[in-house]
Design a protein around this ligand. Structure first.
Ligand code: NI
Length: 159
C-alpha cells in the first residue's frame, strides 16, 4: 500500500466526470487499498478516486474509524429529509462551509468482487455518501455552501 497525493481545489481533475469501473483488476485493488490508506492518514471520513487523480467511479468512506465502506459505480437511489451543517473536504484543506444535504441516503453500488451492494445511512454517513458521489461527477461541496468558506482546525472531519 502507498499514500497517494491528494489533489486540491483548482486541479482540473476534480471537475471531470469519472468513468464506470468494468473490471476490478490488481491495479484497481491497489488503488482501493491506497485510497483507504490515504484517507485514514489524512484523517478524512471519505475519499473519491478523482481526489487522487484517477477518473474512476470508486469511493471509500469510514465515518466511525471502524466501518470501512467501498463503493464501486455507486448510484444514489433514495434520499429523504434534510440536514444543514458543516462540511469539509480533503481537497480543500483547512476550510469548511455550511451545506444542506439529505438526512438519509441510500446508495446502490458494487463491492470489490463486483457484487451488488446497498449502503444506507443517516446524518454524517448520508452527508458523506452525497459528498463523495458528487466528486465522481466533478462537483465539490464549495459549489453548494451557504455563505462563505471558513477556516477550521486540521483535525476536524474532512471528506
Ligand atoms: Ni471531498
Amino acid at each position: 500500500m502507498a499514500l497517494r497525493k491528494i489533489r486540491e481545489l483548482g486541479d482540473k481533475v476534480l471537475t471531470k466526470r469519472c468513468k464506470e469501473v468494468t473490471e476490478v483488476t490488481e491495479r484497481t485493488k491497489t488503488l482501493i487499498d491506497d485510497m483507504f490508506e490515504t484517507m485514514y492518514e489524512a484523517q478524512g471520513v471519505g475519499l473519491a478516486a478523482p481526489q487522487v487523480g484517477v477518473l474512476k467511479r470508486i469511493v471509500v468512506i469510514d465515518t466511525t474509524g471502524e466501518d470501512p465502506i467501498l463503493l464501486i459505480n455507486p448510484v444514489l437511489v433514495e434520499t429523504s429529509g434534510e440536514q444543514s451543517g458543516q462540511e469539509g473536504c480533503l481537497s480543500v484543506p483547512g476550510k469548511a462551509g455550511i451545506v444542506t444535504r439529505p438526512n438519509y441516503a441510500k446508495v446502490e453500488a458494487y463491492n470489490e468482487n463486483m457484487e451488488k451492494i446497498v449502503v444506507e445511512g443517516t446524518e454524517l454517513l448520508a452527508r458523506a455518501l452525497c459528498h463523495e458521489l458528487d466528486h465522481l461527477d466533478g462537483h465539490l461541496y464549495v459549489e453548494k455552501i451557504e455563505g462563505d468558506l471558513f477556516d477550521v482546525e486540521p483535525e476536524e472531519e474532512e471528506a
